[in-house]
Design a binder for this molecule. Structure first.
Ligand code: GDD
Ligand code: MG
Length: 345
């Protein structure tokens, strides 16, 4: 069993965070995102993992190396130009002639991959896709299934009228098990999409194409600032199985107050009377006297000066938040942003 992770998208919706950091390795609770996907593959003993890269591939390859630190064999393949989800899979998996787990490289989940593989095999499926219910399916691939789990229809980014007429909310979670037969349906080095081309073709050709419907497992696409922040709230709230105890033991020798759910990176310096509530601080973040950080994610090497207040924001790497600045909800600051004292955003 092999895996291919599609990790070549530009991450435009996560800008400015993805200007210097490609989406697959944005830090989530202080770890490069892809490590979570690698962890759940390793748990299912899927150890041969190919990363399909396109945007800033060198940064990803340098950070994750050959996977030996993570207990897997990692191979990186970079496309000559973006080939779309299926084209990228074909390009990366060209030599693979066995059943393959395919992952969109931006979904955080605690799904048990071994159970999924088992269902795929027991149904004799050519393809199995994982589905999850969501409140607003319009941003996703909407999938209709029969009683027995067969896929009946796949509608990528459905229009409001399609949504209303179907009245279902199960979407493509971006996790597939595919037989090599699917690889043969995709042309080499041609831009092709699973969602618009391959899945409709599987349906037209009446291949055994099944759904694995999530039942209470955690799932979230981290590709927008709102969902990236929510993923952090969920991890701190203990909603992601296996990630309940991420909280670092911060030696708070001072009068600083840090709540029990916040995650504090290595070498942070939190000064007396500063307060950290429901937040994640990257490595080497400095928080000066009386600053308050709440419901926020702060990347490494950022300095928050005395009396500043940050609530509901994402702050990039090596920023400087001036004294008494107020940073409000939904703010996303790119790396190296400097906010003058008393700024309000
Ligand atoms: N290598 C490579 N090349 N990877 C790509 C390319 C490409 O040309 N295009 C996209 N990807 C990767 C992205 O990096 C991401 O990890 C994954 O493929 C999916 O692309 P997104 O751009 O994040 O798609 P989406 O979120 O709008 O929709 C997809 O995911 C939803 C679930 O989160 C679709 O698969 C939907 O059907 C699905 O519901
Ligand atoms: Mg996505």
């Amino acid at each position: 069993m092999q895996a291919v992770i599609l990790a070549g998208g530009k991450g435009t919706r996560l800008r400015p965070l993805t200007v210097y950091t490609p989406k697959p390795i944005v830090p989530v609770a202080n770890r490069p995102f892809l490590q979570y996907q690698i962890d759940i593959l390793r748990k299912a003993e899927v150890l041969d993992i190919t990363l399909s890269l396109s945007y800033q591939p060198d940064k990803i390859e340098m950070l994750l190396g050959d996977g030996s630190d993570l207990g897997v064999n990692l191979k990186c393949i970079t496309e000559p130009n973006p080939l779309g989800t299926a084209g990228a899979y074909r390009y990366a998996a060209d030599q693979i002639r066995e059943t393959t787990v395919v992952f969109n490289g931006d979904v955080l989940t605690d799904i048990d991959i071994a159970k999924l593989i088992e269902q795929h095999r027991s149904r004799g499926a050519t393809a199995t896709i994982v589905l999850t219910p969501v409140e607003d399916p319009s941003r996703y691939g909407l999938v209709e299934t029969a009683e027995d789990g067969q896929i009946l229809r796949f509608l990528e980014k459905p229009k409001p009228e399609e949504l209303a007429s179907l009245g279902i909310n199960t979407i493509n979670a971006g996790i597939y098990i595919l037989e090599p037969e699917v690889l043969d349906m995709i042309e080499y080095e041609v831009n092709t999409s699973f969602e618009y081309d391959v899945f409709p073709k599987l349906l037209a050709e009446k291949k055994p194409f099944f759904a694995y419907i999530m039942d209470g497992e955690y799932w979230r696409d981290i590709g927008t600032p709102e969902s990236y922040l929510e993923a952090h709230q969920d991890i701190m709230g203990g909603k992601v199985a296996g990630l309940e105890h991420m909280t670092a033991d911060y030696e708070s020798a001072t009068a600083a107050s840090i709540d029990s759910v916040s995650i504090i990176g290595e070498d942070c310096n939190i000064k007396p009377n500063a307060r950290i509530i429901n937040s994640v601080l990257g490595k080497n973040v400095v928080v000066e006297e009386k600053a308050v950080i709440e419901n926020s994610v702060i990347w490494s090497h950022t300095r928050v000066a005395a009396g500043a207040e940050i609530d509901g924001a994402i702050i990039g790497r090596s920023c400087h938040i001036g004294r008494n600045a107020v940073v409000g909800p939904d703010t996303v600051l790119g790396d190296k942003t400097q906010l003058t004292d008393y700024t309000k955003v």
